[in-house]
Design a protein around this ligand. Structure first.
Ligand code: CO
Length: 218
């Protein structure tokens, strides 16, 4: 058998075959689609989401290729020493000049659930990533512990999203863009795995109040 022959039973082969069918279906309607898309990208949105396979950015907002610049990590965190996230943010804000940055978390987030538990000895790297969420718990401990236990995780998921939006506002990248062009607007959204719906939790624009210690000198 030709070693390059495609076996549709193979999992990754299935993806390649689906890709071929997808490309052909688009070209049959719009022969210039990829040719035009390849020229440049002008997304208006940066999406910072969770890596969870059930919350694919473009799919849940019915967006097309070219519309959303995407960064995803475990529990949709904006950690201001993470050069990966910051590089995406800088490119999106300073070069692509996106108009909106959306932090999108989701109910049922395994990353947040893990952060609310004792640390797993086997996941020494992931534990460190999740420590930042434990800090958010400590920041909002009084509010969280006043809630019935079955509501704590959902509220923690919401608070995590809100804190990540605040983290964005604290970066020089966002503050410089706000000063220069009064954009982007920052949004915190939570997605419901059980109903497929997004809910807005927080919106911050260039006028947002901010503690003096987080501001950069003019
Ligand atoms: Co998640």
């Amino acid at each position: 058998m030709d070693k390059h022959a495609l076996n549709p039973d193979d999992l990754t082969t299935r993806l390649l075959l689906e890709n071929k069918a997808w490309s052909e279906a688009i070209l049959s309607h719009e022969p210039e689609y990829f040719h035009n898309l390849a020229k440049e990208q002008r997304p208006k949105f940066l999406w910072i989401g969770c890596s969870d396979s059930r919350v694919p950015a473009e799919t849940v907002v019915n967006a097309q290729p070219g519309e959303i610049f995407v960064h995803r990590n475990i529990a949709n965190q904006v950690i201001t020493t993470d050069f990966n996230c910051l590089s995406v943010l800088q490119y999106a804000v300073s070069v692509l000049k996106v108009e909106h940055v959306i932090v999108c978390g989701h109910y049922g987030c395994g990353g947040v659930q893990a952060a609310l538990s004792r640390q797993d000895n086997g996941l020494i790297i992931a534990n460190k990533w999740l420590l930042h969420i434990k800090d958010i718990y400590r920041l909002h401990q009084a509010e969280l512990e006043a809630l019935p236990p079955d509501q704590r995780t959902n509220r923690m998921i919401e608070l995590n999203i809100i804190e990540q939006v605040n983290n964005l506002a604290h970066t020089s990248i966002i503050q410089a863009a706000w000063k220069e062009r009064k954009a982007p607007t920052l949004h915190g959204w939570v997605y419901g795995l059980e109903n497929g719906l997004l809910k807005e939790l927080i919106t911050l624009n260039y006028n947002a109040p901010m503690e003096n210690i987080y501001r950069y000198n003019d």
